[in-house]
Design a protein around this ligand. Structure first.
Ligand code: NHR
Length: 186
């Protein structure tokens, strides 16, 4: 999220208008405020299993800020088709695997367990199919002997911080050509 916010300056076609979290205690809200960005939080817990009511509260915050594009970054609540449809073609996510491999959770552990030679991250459009929308960019790194989910995540993270801003810049300008990054040192 910080990498995205900081990227939107100068000749970038977009500007950040709101950082919105489902966790009122999220550290990212503090960091966003320090960067001068408006913030809001909608705690999902009081809504229990009523995802639609939670999303209506999210949408109310979004209506106030009126963003053109939504970027999920570490957002861990599955969104219902109703919300996703309202934002069709305007919502991105970064997922820590080389999609279509390892949709869902615990991606790095699953890549190691499978004996894969490579892991990485994918930026994709959010559709009703979880982690299944069109891929807009990927970055790959080698999986090394002795890797754990944590060491692998630490190798992927700097590439996430490069890939997502690069994809957003092009997406905001109307370019959906996928961006592919690779290499442990790239
Ligand atoms: N919603 C839709 N409709 N489509 C996608 O592609 C989505 C989405 C919501 C979030 C991010 C995704 C990820 O990158 C994302 C993509 C959370 C879960 C999940 O199972 C799955 C995928 C992603 C994020 N969430 C549980 C839930 O019940 C809670 C898990 C938890 O809190 O740890 O919502 O990883």
């Amino acid at each position: 999220m910080v990498a995205l916010v900081q990227s939107m300056a100068g000749d970038h076609p977009a500007r950040p208008v709101l950082v919105l979290s489902n966790d009122p205690a999220a550290g990212g809200l503090v960091r966003a405020r320090a960067l001068g960005i408006a913030t809001a939080a909608v705690d999902h817990k009081p809504f229990g299993k009523d995802r639609a009511a939670f999303e209506a509260a999210l949408q109310a915050e979004l209506d106030k800020a009126a963003p053109d594009i939504l970027c999920l970054a570490g957002f861990m609540r599955v969104l219902t088709p109703g919300f996703v449809t309202a934002w069709a073609g305007r919502m991105l996510n970064i997922h820590p695997s080389l999609l279509p491999k390892y949709k869902g959770l615990n991606t790095h552990a699953r890549a190691i367990e499978a004996g894969d030679a490579e892991a990485g991250c994918s930026v994709h459009e959010v559709t009703a199919e979880l982690d299944g929308g069109p891929i807009l960019g990927q970055a790959r790194v080698p999986i090394l002997p002795g890797d754990t989910a944590d060491t692998l995540a630490a190798r992927v993270l700097p590439l996430e911080h490069r890939l997502y801003p690069a994809v957003l810049r092009r997406y905001a300008a109307g370019d959906r050509t996928p961006i592919m990054l690779s290499g442990a040192n790239s």
